[in-house]
Ligand binder design. Sequence first.
Ligand code: UDP
Length: 239
Amino acid sequence: MTESDKPRRVLLKLSGEAFGGGKVGIDTHVIRRIAEEIVPAVQQGVQVAIVVGGGNFFRGAELQQAGIDRSRGDYMGMLGTVMNCLALQDFLEQEGQSTRVQTAITMGQVAEPYIPLKAIRHLEKGRVVIFGAGAGMPYFSTDTVSVQRSLEIHCDEVLMGKNGVDGVYTADPRKDPNAKRFVTLSYNRALVDNLAVMDASALSMARDNRKLIRVFGLEGAGNVTRALVGDEIGTLVST
Ligand code: UDP
C-alpha cells in the first residue's frame, strides 16, 4: 500500500460545552446530530477517533474557585467526560455504528482501558473509538489529550469542533463585526496572538510535533461529516 492509499485517520475533539448545548448535563439532540454526521464519514472509509471534553459537567479550575481541591476537581472533570463518551457511544450504536470507548482511568464495566495498539486495531476494523477520562491526570485538558492521542495513534489531523464559531478569527466575531476568519494560520501566530484554537499547552505540543489542526464549526448541517472526510472548511493551523 502506498502512502496515498492509506486510509484517512482523524482525531475529532468535541467539547463538553457542545454536548451540553450551553447548559449542565447533555443535550441529546445535539449529540444525536453529531453521531448522525459521523457515520457517513466512517462509511466512506475515514477512521475516526474522538476525544470528548467534560466542561458541561465539571471543570477542575472552576471547582477549585468554589473551594474543592484542584486535583479532586480535575478527577470529577475527567469522570464527566466519560458520561459524554457513553452518550455519544449510544447514539452511534443506535445508528448501527460499531464503537469502543477507551478510558484513561480504568473502569472495566463501562469501557476498555486506553490501549493505543488496540485503538488502532479498532479503527482499522471500522469502529469509532471514543477516548474518555482525558489523560487520567489532573492539570491536563482534553485539548492536550487530543493532540497526544492523535500523535500516538498516528492521526493525519486533529479536528477541533467549535460551538458558536466556524473557525479561527482575528478577534471574537460575536463581539467584533470586523473580525476576519483565517483560512490558514501558523502555530506561532496562534500562540503569540492567543487565538482560539486550543489551549496553549496543547497547541505547543501540536507545533512541536507538526500535527495539523483544523478548527471548524459544529453547528452548520453536515459540517462534522465535511471535516471528517477532509473538506477544507474552517481554519487550518500548520507551520
Ligand atoms: N481534566 C483533567 N485531565 C485531563 C482532562 C481533563 O484533569 O487529562 C479535567 C479538567 O478539570 C477539565 C475537565 O476535566 O477542566 C473537563 O475537561 P475539559 O475542560 O478539557 O473539557 P472541555 O472544555 O473540552 O469541555
